[in-house]
Each structure stands twice: as structure tokens, then as C-alpha cells.
Design a protein around this ligand. Structure first.
Ligand code: NAP
Length: 247
């Protein structure tokens, strides 16, 4: 049963990597956590693990590129929980490829996951935050948005667009108490490389993530730290990279 004072966190992309680490870390910090992702088995494992420790976790299996399913998932969450205190959009894919190879289906899927679903999330979360004049909205962008990475033309564009939307959100909501933070990680040790179909790019990303990447928990801890800041303080943009990444 939900304790009325317990803060509620909704994490999209919660079955793996940064989203998973954030969901579990926030549960440890006494949040009631709600996760969204496609992998039910993984989410069930996470829920079992958290419930064994007495932590409250709910999850919704949803392909966020299916707009109707996403909207009905949001509706169910709203009916059940009403309020959200902390929101993290961490879902993302990075199917790297050269533009001349014209992987249109991968581009569309990437845009639908990284950008369109992100916009739908704003449309869901913002009215709830505005109703209570409270809430912290985190988006997980990437340092790829500001440099040239081989094969990352469309990926970087989705992250640049996310940054741009976050800046506008911040501006549009400046008369409210709602906080917006864009986190741009460098390389992180996650499963992101798995979304790459091009074998060369996939192997390179795998090596980079495993050999150089920071751990997702490092980002989770920073998200919690930022959430805890005083009412009048917000960090709106933050880069978190391995020490040797040179950014
Ligand atoms: N890893 C890095 O080096 C790095 C660096 C900079 C930025 N980022 C960004 O960090 C964010 C998190 O990625 P990660 O590194 O943690 O990768 P990850 O381990 O692959 O996690 C990605 C998450 O997104 C979810 N997701 C992907 N497509 C989805 C869909 N169609 N519907 C629902 N959920 C979906 C996945 O869940 P399911 O598969 O269960 O659906 C998973 O939980 C991404 O936006 C990524 O661009 C990562």
C-alpha cells in the first residue's frame, strides 16, 4: 500500500542500463518506483528483487514506439498513482550507421523511440507536474549531440532535438516550480550497443562501453543528488563522462 508521503518516480527505459540503475537506486532511497519498458521478464526480476527488500516497484510492459499502447499505459499509471515527483526518460536506441547506407527503418525506429516517445512523455508528465506545481523532469541525452561520432548522424540529431526541446520546456515553465535537467553522458557500460545492427559499429561500441564506460549507478546517484537540492535550485544541464574521455 502506498504511503501518502512517499515520493513517486516514473522511469521510462527501466529494464536495463541507466534507467534500471536509477529505478533501483531510487527504490533504495524510499521512492515508490514505476518502470516502463518492453522486457517483462527483466522487469519482473527487478520487481522481485526490490520487493524482497521491502521496496515498492510497479512496472508496465510497453513498446513506447506504439503510440496507442504508450498513451493507454500513461492513462493506467495516472489512474493508479495520480502524482509523480520525479520523471526520467531514459529509453533510447543507438543503431549507428552511415547516412549513405540509408537504413530508413532504423532511422524511423530511432526517431520514434528517442524523440516521438519523449514528446508523448512530456505531454503526459507536464500536466501532472503543473497541477501540483512540483516535479523534477530528467532527460537522458548524450555528449554525441555535440560532436562528430562515426555513424551517429541520426542518433546525434535525436539527442540535439531532445536538448532543444528541454531548453524550450525550461523556458516555457519558468514561472512554475517544476525542474528540468538534461543529463548528457559520455560512454556508459550498458546494453546500448545491442541496438546496433552494423557489426563494425556494434563491436566498437561494445568495446568502448565495456572498457571505458562509467557505471550506470554513477548517473543514478547524480539524479538523486540533483533531486534533493533546495526548492529554488536546479542544475539544468549536466555532462557526465569517463575521466579519460576528454570532453
Ligand atoms: N550507454 C551509453 O554509452 C550512453 C551514452 C550517452 C547516452 N546514453 C543514453 O542513455 C539512455 C539509456 O540507454 P542505456 O545506455 O541505459 O542503454 P540500455 O541498457 O540499452 O537501456 C535502454 C532502455 O531503453 C528501453 N527501450 C528501448 N527501446 C524501447 C521501446 N521501444 N519501448 C520501451 N522501452 C524501450 C530498453 O528497454 P526494453 O528493451 O526492455 O524495452 C532499456 O530499458 C539512452 O537514451 C541512450 O541514448 C547512453
Amino acid at each position: 500500500m502506498k504511503n501518502k508521503k512517499q515520493p513517486i518516480a516514473l522511469v521510462i527505459g527501466s529494464s536495463s542500463g541507466i534507467g534500471r540503475a536509477t529505478l533501483t537506486y531510487l527504490a533504495e532511497k524510499n521512492f515508490l518506483v514505476i518502470g516502463i519498458s518492453r522486457n517483462i521478464l527483466e522487469m519482473q526480476k527487478i520487481q522481485d528483487m526490490l520487493e524482497k527488500k521491502g521496496q515498492a516497484c510497479y512496472y508496465y510492459s510497453c513498446d513506447i514506439t506504439d503510440t496507442n499502447v504508450l498513451l493507454s499505459t500513461f492513462e493506467s499509471i495516472h489512474k493508479r498513482f495520480k502524482k509523480i515527483d520525479l520523471f526520467v526518460f531514459s529509453a533510447g536506441i543507438m543503431p549507428l550507421s552511415l547516412l549513405r547506407d540509408g537504413k530508413i527503418e532504423e532511422w524511423n525506429n530511432m526517431i520514434n523511440t528517442n524523440l516521438t516517445a519523449f514528446l508523448h512523455s512530456i505531454n503526459f508528465v507536464l500536466p501532472i507536474f503543473r497541477k501540483y506545481n512540483h516535479g523534477h523532469f530528467f532527460s537522458i541525452s548524450s555528449t554525441a549531440s555535440e560532436k562528430i561520432c562515426n555513424g551517429a548522424g541520426v542518433y546525434a540529431a535525436t539527442k540535439s532535438a531532445m536538448n532543444c526541446i528541454m531548453k524550450h520546456l525550461n523556458f516555457e515553465e519558468k514561472d512554475t516550480q517544476i525542474k528540468f535537467t538534461t543529463i548528457s553522458p559520455g560512454t556508459v557500460n550498458t546494453n546500448l550497443y545491442k541496438s546496433i545492427s552494423e557489426i563494425k559499429f556494434r563491436n566498437e561500441a561494445f568495446q568502448r562501453e565495456r572498457n571505458e564506460g562509467i557505471e550506470p549507478i554513477d548517473i543514478a546517484k547524480i539524479i538523486f543528488f540533483l533531486y534533493q537540492q533546495t526548492k529554488n535550485t536546479v542544475v539544468s544541464e549536466l555532462k557526465i563522462t569517463p575521466v579519460n574521455q576528454g570532453l
